[in-house]
Write a protein that binds this ligand. Structure first.
Ligand code: COA
Length: 403
């Protein structure tokens, strides 16, 4: 049975900051951010967007009534979850109006969460071939103002329907995966921002990729020449390029040219969004599929996932005949084109806005946010969500606004 990605949707908030302007304010040469790190624009999440709303917005783009009926498993990868107990998947399940006969759970291992979710989805479909699984990756990457990691922040989500006989990509063959206890990045339960040893995380990322690649070759007998492209987890776009370069001398000149060119195309969306942790690898895959019109049906794409702490996995997929017809290229062009730039001081202000933690009520102005699904406020420690498209909770918000 063929199992893979049947649909893929994407969402990023409508605000961004220009990295050249951030560099100027931080007294850094702009080329450090745009070339050295490889980022042009950084998506900023207003308070009306959180990992739940972003994931729901990405999923709304792709789900039809049949999906809503058939999805019986919602797997939500995130490392910026909103609750230590209740999974973000349950909120999304309600906001999308999915069938109650479904499982809904959150999956956590830093940026690896959505890949773990894909592997679980494969197992679920192998046992239940008629099932459709909604895999979500959604995160707001926060390191803090004026920190070393600031230039590698971002916000966004990817939603994928994984099923048998998929329309876009079939997962192929065995995976290579490994775990090692490394303190390169972690976020204690009491902290809103991550702690990171940036240099160590860079080293570990490359070491995990090299080890996974050696394991993958031993398991499959495949080599660089067998791949049309590799998509990488991209905490910043230069990171994937560094890892790829670590193995390129194994191949020919033509392999290097092809893989580097496709890496650059796969980094276009990520350059303009920033790090979205669990969803970054799948955003890079989406960028490659939507921006490279020369990929052939049957092209083999390697996917490398790295979650600090650390778990790494390398696996592959092959494109299906007619995959381009199932992408939303125009909608994503529009999503990027209609974003609004904020100044660095506006970004700093938004960054420091927080929801009350004392149980008091706060109502947010969701009319400033063009997204369908928004966080409309908080009441008694419970986040209030609105799906403008379906009217879920809209009446309640309208009543509050009138008062
Ligand atoms: N023009 C061009 N390139 C420049 C430059 C300039 N004017 N100034 C600096 N650079 C280059 C550096 O040479 C370096 O390139 P290299 O990595 O290829 O050597 C790059 O810009 C970054 O400079 P560096 O001094 O290493 O940056 P930093 O100390 O600010 O740290 C990170 C960068 C990524 C480690 C930091 O942003 C971070 O900790 N991010 C969060 C963790 C993360 O994303 N980890 C990734 C693995 S999960």
């Amino acid at each position: 049975m063929e199992i893979g990605i049947d649909k893929i949707g994407f969402y990023t908030p409508h605000l961004y900051v220009d990295m050249n302007k951030l560099a100027y304010e931080r007294n850094v040469e702009p080329e450090k951010f745009t070339i050295g790190i490889g980022q042009e624009k950084m998506a900023i999440a207003p308070l009306t967007q959180d990992p739940v709303t972003m994931a729901a917005n990405a999923a709304l783009e792709i789900l039809d009534e049949e999906d809503k009926e058939k999805i019986d498993f919602v797997l939500f990868g995130t490392e910026s979850g909103i609750d230590q107990s209740k999974s973000a998947a349950v909120y999304v399940h309600r906001l999308l109006g999915l069938n109650a006969q479904a499982r809904a759970v959150e999956v956590k291992q830093a940026c690896y969460g959505a890949t773990a979710a894909i592997q679980m989805a494969k197992g679920h479909i192998a046992l239940n071939p008629e099932s459709r699984v909604l895999v979500l990756g959604s995160d707001i990457a926060r390191y803090g103002l004026n920190t070393g990691g600031e230039a590698t922040q971002g916000a966004g989500a990817i939603a994928m329907v994984v099923s048998k006989d998929p329309s876009i990509m079939v997962f192929e063959g065995p995976s290579a995966y490994l775990t090692d206890d490394v303190m390169d990045f972690w976020r204690p339960a009491y902290s809103g921002e991550a702690f990171v040893d940036g240099k160590l995380s860079n080293e570990q990322y490359i070491a995990f990729f090299s080890r996974a690649w050696d394991q993958y070759k031993a398991k499959t007998g495949l080599e660089l020449a067998d791949f049309d492209a590799f998509s990488f987890h991209l905490p910043y776009t230069k990171m994937g390029k560094k890892a790829l370069k670590a193995v390129l001398d194994e191949g020919s000149e033509a392999d290097s040219e092809r893989l580097l060119a496709n890496h650059q195309i796969g980094a276009i969306y990520n350059r303009n969004v920033g790090n979205i942790y669990t969803a970054s690898l799948y955003l890079s895959l989406l960028s490659l599929l939507e921006q490279n019109e020369d990929l052939q049906d049957g092209s083999r794409i390697g996917l490398f996932s790295y979650g600090s702490g650390a778990v790494g996995e390398l696996f592959a997929g092959r494109l299906k005949n007619g995959y381009r017809e199932h992408l939303h290229v125009e909608r994503h062009r529009e999503l990027f084109a209609t974003r609004k730039e904020v100044t660095v001081s506006e970004y700093e202000e938004i960054f420091q806005e927080t929801l009350p933690t004392d149980g008091s009520r706060l109502e947010l102005d969701i009319h400033q946010d063009p997204a369908n699904v928004c966080l409309s406020g908080i009441e008694g420690h419970a986040r209030q969500y609105v799906n403008k498209a379906s009217g879920i909770r809209e009446e309640k918000v309208a009543a509050h606004v009138e008062r």
